[in-house]
Design a protein around this ligand. Structure first.
Ligand code: ADP
Ligand code: MG
Length: 547
């Protein structure tokens, strides 16, 4: 038996280890993502190399195996990948920025696209994440095409050793001797949920060794492995799309629209997005941020990258890019132009889809609007860039009938001499329909939009006009009525009303700003309005928020 060779880490590695363990990852469970990513990389590499050297061919049941051993406090991650030689172990795991993946990537540039395996990880620091949970890591690896295996071993503090070892097949075992405070990562339930979260779409089978009641063990499948988005559209059935949609969004409905495309150019990414057909029951209570999943080469990164504006938060799905490193930090996600470009492209694509669906005559869009219109209208308030476009497909209830109308419908029906789009806001549609504020407008055949969502108290002011027609609240615009002829004959003598005004002013005193006679009412005796000041529903909202 040869004695173990002792090697010092390069100076940068010592520093880096400290950084990784203490600062790089906020979330310790990430170590497993990194090790699984490396195992998948290595398996991809071997498949790729076997294209030109059949002696390196993968075993038929190539997999990534995770084996927790509670009694030994060990976690082992094994693969059938390309493996590492003595020198590669020393270089890849002992030197920073000596990323084998990167060198491999360069070699790959000349290869045909279909031969290019999916390679994860571009930074060359992922492996060190193991030291977040382990106080000693042993890597036993046998390079494909070689008979000799080697074990690399380190406590991550300054040195590593290399000793000859044996392994019956090519591949790598990473044995983590877990820290005392990392017991949770030996729990198979915990491990399963970590794999499910980060590595569900890795194409190689991942198995988890479970110990049964009787002490025997069994390797159980732990990942879905579909990554449906990476398949060509022609190979995916509508049922598969729908199932995938339900899987990732925890929904039960059919998608209303499925958007699946690959963007090529400065930034490359694949997106598989869905518009739901039903509103999740707690949708309005959920947070306002989009939850589209961001993946880097099939590995889940985050669902907090906010890939679409808040008002599009009903959009579900996945974006997968190769243009970001696997261990991209939160700060980097905010700053990188890669993500800004993806956001812009994704938003544009979804907008186009919504616009096109709005043109369809089958009524499907009205249902979609009933579900998500209240959220989309938030865009009229806060998304200056897309405000006009949203106004183009937005739908509203109106005094014209029970059907939803668009602003273009409204404008086409405007009366001669009418220059504004009238609307009335309130808490619910039925109350709005019977509001006394509408009487004068009804009597003159003037259509009024009936707005009953909370956000309706805000956006009309921001949109302010559409196709050069100002939006005007009927609560502020009864002055306009005098321009139009009423079909209801006035039965009350104006003089009688005028006599009543001072008496009412007297009775109400400070409670009102003013009392005036009006032409806006036909059936009702009085109506409360607000001239100039904030709209009534806005006043109510402000009151509710204590202003
Ligand atoms: P990266 O994956 O970004 O290159 P890592 O720190 O995760 O950086 O890994 C460093 C290098 O170690 C890899 O590039 C690869 O060459 C090698 N390596 C790590 N794990 C394995 C493995 N399971 N099989 C073969 N090589 C591996
Ligand atoms: Mg890696």
């Amino acid at each position: 038996q040869q004695p173990a060779e002792k090697h010092e880490f390069s100076a940068e590695v010592g520093r880096l280890l400290d950084l990784v363990v203490h600062a790089l990852y906020s979330d310790r469970e990430i170590f497993l993502r990194e090790l699984v990513a490396n195992a998948a990389d290595a398996t991809d590499k071997r498949r790729f190399e076997a294209l030109t050297d059949s002696a390196l061919a993968l075993p038929e049941n190539a997999s990534i195996r995770i084996n927790p051993d509670k009694s030994q406090k060990e976690l082992t991650i094994s693969d059938d990948g390309v493996g590492m030689t003595h020198d590669e172990l020393a270089q890849n795991l002992g030197t920073i920025a000596r990323s084998g993946t990167r060198a491999f990537g360069e070699k790959l540039n000349s290869a045909k696209p279909e031969d290019r395996p999916n390679l994860i990880g571009q930074f060359g620091v992922g492996f060190y994440a193991a030291f977040m949970v382990a106080d000693r890591v042993e890597v036993t690896s046998r390079k494909a095409g070689s008979d000799q295996a080697w074990t690399w071993s380190s406590d991550g503090k300054g040195a590593f050793t290399l000793s000859p070892a044996s392994r019956s097949t090519p591949g790598t075992d990473i044995v983590l001797h877990m820290k005392d405070d990392a017991d949770e990562f030996l729990d198979s339930w915990r491990l399963r949920s970590i794999i499910r979260k980060w590595a569900d779409h890795i194409s190689w089978p991942i198995t988890l060794r479970e110990t049964k009641e009787d002490g025997t063990t069994e390797d159980q499948a732990a990942n879905e492995g579909t990554a449906l988005w990476s398949k060509p559209k022609s190979e995916i059935t509508p049922e598969q799309y729908a199932e995938f949609y339900r899987h990732i969004s925890h929904a039960f409905d059919e998608p209303y629209a499925t958007l699946h495309w690959r963007a090529e150019g400065v930034t490359e990414f694949t997106a598989l997005l869905f518009l739901p057909s039903a509103r999740p029951f707690d949708f309005m209570e959920q947070s306002r941020e989009s939850r589209i999943h961001l993946h880097v080469r099939r590995m889940f990164i985050t669902d907090e990258a906010e890939l679409v504006p808040n008002w599009m938060r009903f959009v579900q799905g996945v974006v997968d890019t190769e243009d970001l490193p696997l261990n991209v930090s939160r700060e980097m996600l905010q700053a990188t132009p890669v993500l800004a470009r993806i956001r812009k492209a994704v938003t544009k694509r979804v907008l186009t889809e919504i616009r096109n669906r709005a043109k369809e005559a089958d009524g499907g869009f009205n249902t979609f609007w009933e579900n998500f219109g209240a959220v989309i209208k938030e865009g009229l308030w806060e998304d200056a860039e897309h405000r006009t476009e949203i106004a183009g497909f937005a739908r509203f209830h109106s005094t014209q009938g029970d059907d939803l109308v668009t602003l273009d419908d409204y404008i086409a029906r405007m009366k001669d001499g009418q220059d504004a789009i009238y609307y009335l806001t309130g808490d619910n549609l039925d109350a709005l329909k019977s509001s006394a504020q509408l009487e004068g407008f009804r009597a003159r055949g003037l259509e009024v939009l009936l707005l009953s969502d909370p956000v309706d108290g805000f956006w009309p002011e921001r949109l302010s006009s559409y196709q050069e027609k100002p939006l005007r609240s009927v609560a502020h615009s009864h002055g306009d009525l005098e321009k139009f002829e009423s079909t209801d004959a006035d039965t009350t003598e104006a003089a009688d009303v005028e006599k009543l005004v001072p008496a009412l002013k007297d009775a109400l005193g400070e409670q009102v700003k003013d009392v005036r006679s009006t032409v806006r009412l036909t059936g009702s005796a009085v109506v409360i309005t607000s001239d100039g000041g904030p709209d009534l529903s806005m006043q109510r909202l402000m009151r509710r928020s204590g202003q």
